[in-house]
Design a binder for this molecule. Structure first.
Ligand code: TXA
Ligand code: MG
Length: 324
């Protein structure tokens, strides 16, 4: 049975206790809901992969209540500290070499010499993480191959009966996963665009290598080759016209003639668009299939700010299908 826990003192205490006992608790962050487990326990982490039905062991992000707790696990650098000061708590994940006293399990790190750390924003996740008292591994709380959940109901639809509890802190504000930045190399590498934009990072980092630098040699996280966000209906990008047989994922002024339309943001606001992306894909896929539509067409989106993260998710949703 999966318990739905309210985000009050009792609910947070119960969620934290479950994690300490090796259980699985989905928890809301500012980005998406994470499927939390004690990151220091191989057994608890193995339950995450089983519940998600993940065919491969991808490395997981460990979540902490504050920067000091996070940096205790890694080899810290001045740049990492500067980034933490600028963006934590918030939607940035840093990949750094394991520290001497690192307690994160090998399974959570997929055997890599680096670990991914993050301090999410929000009163509820921070209290939950502080009370848990251990690093909390947390991939998105969805079955493998499905869209990331941005509220507790999405989590239950996908994982009910497979996890111990969901700590319901309401809908997620950002609605897209965190930015993943690899700081274990000479020049920082953007592994996944996300809630903190490349422009924002550059203010602190200077040079950053990112996928669009070399289209062919795009650096990817180990877990990023597969499409994670696949709707059942085929998705095509950069649509400049749309047919009545298609659902339209619009941005700005919607193209006329679609069978069904979801506008990410009529005013062309990228933040609004990011927060409405997964809900839009769910809607167009579910309702589109009910109505017998044959595909989804997405209008072009600006390649700046959060647009990079939105396009990254759309490309992956449109890409070859395999689970992640
Ligand atoms: O916003 C988020 O980041 C959400 C919330 C719950 O925090 N979590 C999330 O986790 O999106 P997940 O497992 O879906 O994505 C983790 C990403 C993957 O692309 C993985 O390959 C990368 O982080 N990653 C984790 N550890 C890594 C490492 N040591 N080196 C390189 N990439 C790593
Ligand atoms: Mg995911």
């Amino acid at each position: 049975m999966t318990e739905l826990l309210r985000a009050d003192d009792a609910g947070i205490a119960q969620a934290a206790a479950l994690v300490r006992q090796g259980g699985l608790v989905a928890f809301g962050t500012e980005t998406v809901y994470g499927l939390g487990a004690d990151a220091t326990s191989d057994a608890a982490v193995a339950r995450i992969f089983a519940a998600k039905g993940r065919p491969r062991f991808n490395p997981l992000i460990s979540h902490f209540p504050d920067a000091d707790a996070a940096f205790a696990q890694v080899v810290e650098t001045p740049l990492a500290r500067a980034l933490a000061d600028a963006f934590w708590p918030g939607p940035l994940t840093m990949v750094l070499p394991r520290g001497e006293n690192c307690t994160i399990s090998d399974l959570a790190a997929a055997g890599l010499p680096t670990v991914a750390i993050r301090v999410p924003r929000g009163d509820v996740p921070q209290r939950f993480l502080r009370e848990a008292g251990v690093p909390v591994a947390g991939p998105s709380a969805n079955r493998s191959g499905l869209i990331s959940p941005s509220n507790a109901y999405h989590v239950l639809r996908s994982l009910e009966g497979r996890i111990d509890a969901v700590l319901d802190s309401g809908p997620c504000a950002v609605g897209l996963e965190s930015t993943v930045l690899d700081l274990s190399r000479t020049v920082p590498v953007l592994l996944r665009p996300g809630g903190v934009t490349l422009e924002e990072l550059r203010h602190v980092c200077g040079r950053i290598v990112h996928p669009d630098d070399h289209e062919d040699a795009a650096p990817v996280s180990p877990g990023r080759l597969a499409s994670h966000y696949a709707p059942d209906l085929p998705l095509r990008l950069e649509a400049h016209e749309v047919s009545p047989q298609e659902g339209l994922l619009a941005f700005g002024r919607a193209l006329p003639g679609a069978g069904l339309t979801w506008n990410l943001s009529e005013s062309g606001d990228l933040e609004e668009a990011a927060s409405r992306l997964y809900a839009g894909l769910r809607f167009l896929d579910g309702e589109g299939r009910r109505r017998g539509l044959t595909g989804i067409a997405a209008q072009p989106i600006a390649r700046t700010g959060l647009g990079l993260a939105i396009l990254d998710r759309l490309r992956r949703a449109a890409g070859p299908r395999s689970a992640g």
